[in-house]
Design a protein around this ligand. Structure first.
Ligand SMILES: CC(=O)N[C@@H](CC(=O)O)C(=O)O
Ligand SMILES: [Zn+2]
Length: 313
């Protein structure tokens, strides 16, 4: 039957959703999803039902990240089972609603794939975000997309960390995929960023169609950047920021940062150096939405993962 030994089987991915506006001020995803709600021809594929969906309509209306609390942190078991109805924060109510429509999270009824479209103010380019190093379906999808968009490139950020992982909107699906494209200011549309996002989605949906048609994908390797540490801005005793991202680091997402390299510049011009033990790859450098989260950037380690061959069950 299979051309490869140890091929991992997955069910066909028949139910796919594309979320835009999980954050209401990230305009590429909001705009693409609104377009596709009007006319979904571009995102339909044989044997797949793809649903475009505005995840946080109230935040989109106000062009703000969220109304009460960050929707992309709201899908914890506690929130999803919280009683309280109308008294709950808006985004917790919305998370419960999304979980009813696309989940329940962790159940066999859940959607197969959710693509969640985000923009960053950081100079990250095209970034696909995964939550598990063991999801061979998603790893194969990453390999397919990377090859398909050559000579353009996209990197894979793996957010699998006991403390830094958070409960995302897309985590409701069996195979959650984040797509983060930048740099783009909040509330702004840039054509290059919009088009880059659109192209990635096209290839991702092509992959799903091919998989459902029975194509087998041979074993491969995928380079990932594995989240390792959150770095906050230097602060005074009152919690106020006392330094900015150093000019040598600003916009240098994914470039190696070595012990001793400049990291921050204080308001009186002093340089603060990176004190880690080895080379890391910083990303989400100076992301606007992360000031409230006490995060100046996140460090990652570069690793090569092996993806097993996959085929449909
Ligand atoms: C800038 C931004 O919103 N980034 C996303 C990343 C993700 O989707 O995992 C977030 O913090 O929710
Ligand atoms: Zn976002």
């Amino acid at each position: 039957m299979s051309a490869y030994k140890n091929s991992v089987c997955f069910n066909e991915a028949r139910r796919v959703a594309i979320f835009g506006g999980t954050h209401g001020n990230e305009m590429s995803g909001v705009t693409l999803v609104n377009l596709w709600v009007k006319n979904s021809a571009e995102i339909q594929r044989k044997g797949v039902e793809t649903k475009p969906f505005i995840a946080n309509p109230k935040a989109v209306e106000k062009c703000t990240r969220y109304v009460d609390t960050d929707l992309n942190r709201a899908f914890s078991p506690e929130n999803l089972s919280a009683p309280g109805g109308d008294d709950l924060p808006y985004e917790v109510q919305r998370a419960q609603e999304i979980n009813r429509i696309f989940g329940p999270k962790g159940s066999p009824e859940a959607y197969d794939v959710i693509f969640d479209l985000h923009n960053t103010t950081s100079n990250m380019g095209c970034t696909l975000i995964l939550e598990s190093s063991k999801d061979h379906f998603n790893l194969q999808m990453m390999n397919y997309i990377k090859k398909a968009i050559t000579p353009a490139s996209c990197l894979v950020l793996l957010n699998e960390h006991p403390l830094l992982k958070y409960s995302t909107s897309r985590s409701v699906a069996k195979h959650p995929v984040g797509l983060e494209v930048g740099p783009q200011p909040q509330g702004v549309l840039r054509s290059n960023i919009f088009e880059a996002m659109r192209v990635i989605l096209k290839h991702a949906l092509d992959f799903i169609e091919l998989f459902n048609e029975g194509m087998e994908f041979p074993p491969c390797t995928v380079e990932v950047f594995w989240v390792s540490e959150r770095i906050d801005y230097p602060r005074d005793a009152n919690g106020n920021i006392i330094a900015m991202v150093h000019p040598n680091l600003q916009d240098c997402d994914w470039e190696p940062l070595n012990p001793g390299d400049p990291m921050f510049q204080t308001f009186d011009g002093k340089t603060i150096h990176y004190q880690g033990s080895g080379t890391v790859y910083p990303t989400f450098i100076n992301e606007a939405a992360y000031y409230e989260k006490q995060q100046a950037f996140v460090t990652t380690r570069r690793e090569t993962l092996v993806a097993s061959a996959i085929r449909k069950a």
